[in-house]
Design a protein around this ligand. Structure first.
Ligand SMILES: [Zn+2]
Length: 477
């Protein structure tokens, strides 16, 4: 008996490639460039074979020079320093050097200085090994890219983000986070004991990011149906749907480093990285919940205040996104007679009012994005009318893409991470939350459900208050 290749197992990459190829006969997706992902309690012991395997991809064998990149964060595995454990394995067969990147910050900043430092440090190496969380891996991907595409073994030490398994890097440019193209790591080794021992807020934030899988693809699909997104691909949607087929009932124990929960989380994040990597966009995993989180970052950055953990914010905001989506799916809210073209001048005035206190450059950027969105909407108006007229049919598709807020809330609580905005660090006041949610659709050229609700005249203060009612501390306690 033959088994159909599965879309949900990141450790069976050949199976995943086969399954994706079957759904992508025109080969529009980017090739999945990772040779192997190992997620287990013994992955840390496989660095030497992984380095050999990675070198073999460019036809090299020993003797070769292997550079290990770490930062100043002391990472222990069962009481032992992980970098020493890794170094000991490689030096048996290769000339090995460990370079600790130190930019003076408590946590490494992936800015141009650090990227240049890393690229220079690995010059002359035949392969690199990075040990660390998302930032370290992203720096390693760029250092590998700037040196002609060096084989790169990434030893993952936290389940904090989904960027371990994609081909882009999140860097800091002029103090602002930007996603830039880099390259896939050759091999990812995710030891669940080390990951389980990472600071709890890193893994619970990773879980917050992970659950946007149960809301964001709906915004991506909506945007595609309306003719506003050219990155959509049915294979990517199938993979997202397969990954989201089961709600994450396994999240209990993430904060405690429980091996099973850590393993499931690492797998889910790995799948997310792969799907956005092959799709060539983050849009498939970034919807209403992400713009709410970006709004909070915008506010804090403009006031020079500490910015909260992205995944933690996204996790709580996913509860808001889910509530709005489920209402749209389960009721007859979306009706053609409600649909009205937005007035661009009125939108620009709303942007000026909402973002004025953050400074002119931000207002102007949002207004430029709004103009671009407005033009795209105008030229696809027939699709809007069709969508509203056939909403019932479409709702059946969206139904499969969005998990109920209560399911996600229970999973988030079980994970040990924050499930309300006030319990985030920094804490978000009800006033700030209202501002962020009310205006979230005004900050970006991407279209999501809130844009549509606004065009239907449904984005009212009452609905916003209802949407955030159970992510406020006083109600949920
Ligand atoms: Zn995210």
């Amino acid at each position: 008996m033959t088994h159909a290749p599965k879309l949900t197992d990141p450790s069976d990459l050949d199976g995943l490639r086969l399954a994706l190829a079957a759904l992508d006969p025109d080969q529009r997706l980017s090739p999945l460039g990772i040779a192997r992902i190992e997620i287990s309690a013994t992955a840390h012991l496989q660095v030497l074979p992984a380095v050999k395997e990675a070198l073999a991809t460019i036809g090299k064998t020993a003797p070769s020079a292997v550079m290990i990149l770490t930062d100043t964060t002391p990472i222990l595995r069962a009481g032992e320093r992980l970098s020493v454990l890794v170094e000991r394995q490689i030096e048996v067969e290769f000339s090995t050097r460990t370079i600790c990147l130190d930019d003076g910050h408590e946590k490494l900043h992936a800015d141009e200085m650090v990227l240049a430092m890393a690229a220079e440090a690995v010059k002359g190496a035949d392969a690199i090994v990075t040990i660390g969380s998302g930032t370290m891996t992203d720096v390693g991907k760029i250092a590998a890219e700037r040196n002609g595409g060096l084989p790169h073994v990434a030893v993952q030490t936290a389940a904090s983000v989904d960027g371990f398994t994609d081909n882009v890097s999140v860097i800091l440019r002029n103090g602002v986070k930007r996603t830039v193209p880099s390259r896939w790591p050759t091999i990812v080794l995710a030891d669940v004991v080390t990951i389980g021992g990472a600071p709890r807020e890193m893994n619970t934030a990773g879980f917050g990011e992970a659950i946007s899988l149960f809301t964001a693809p709906a915004d991506w699909y909506l945007s595609f149906l309306l003719g506003l997104d050219s990155t959509f691909h049915p294979a990517s949607l199938a993979m997202l749907q397969a990954a989201a087929a089961e709600p994450p009932h396994w999240s209990a124990g993430i904060a405690m480093g429980d091996a099973f929960a850590t393993c499931e989380l690492t797998r889910l994040l790995a799948l997310r990285g792969i799907v956005s990597g092959v799709s060539g966009t983050t849009a498939c995993l970034s919807g209403v919940e992400h713009v709410i989180s970006h709004m909070l970052d915008l506010h804090h950055a403009a006031r020079h205040e500490a910015i909260g953990l992205h995944g933690a914010q996204v996790g709580v905001a996913s509860l808001v996104a889910s509530k709005l989506w489920r209402e749209a799916i389960e009721t007859d809210l979306i009706r053609p007679e409600r649909l009205e073209k937005s007035d661009l001048a009125a939108i620009e005035a709303r942007i000026a009012k909402a973002f004025g206190h953050l400074g002119d450059p931000i207002v102007q950027e949002c207004q430029r994005d709004a103009q671009a969105k407005h033009m795209k909407v105008a030229s696809n108006w027939d699709k809007f009318e069709n969508l509203a007229a056939q909403w019932k049919d479409h709702a059946a598709s969206f139904d499969k893409l969005v998990a109920p807020a209560e399911t996600l809330r229970a999973a988030l609580r079980d994970s040990g991470g924050p499930a309300t905005f006030q319990s985030l660090e920094p804490s978000i006041s009800p006033q700030l939350l209202h501002w962020a949610v009310a205006n979230c659709f005004l900050m970006r050229s991407r279209f999501n459900l809130v844009d549509l609700l606004d065009m239907l005249g449904l984005w009212t203060d009452d609905r916003i208050a209802w949407a955030v009612a159970d992510v406020l501390e006083d109600v949920t306690q």
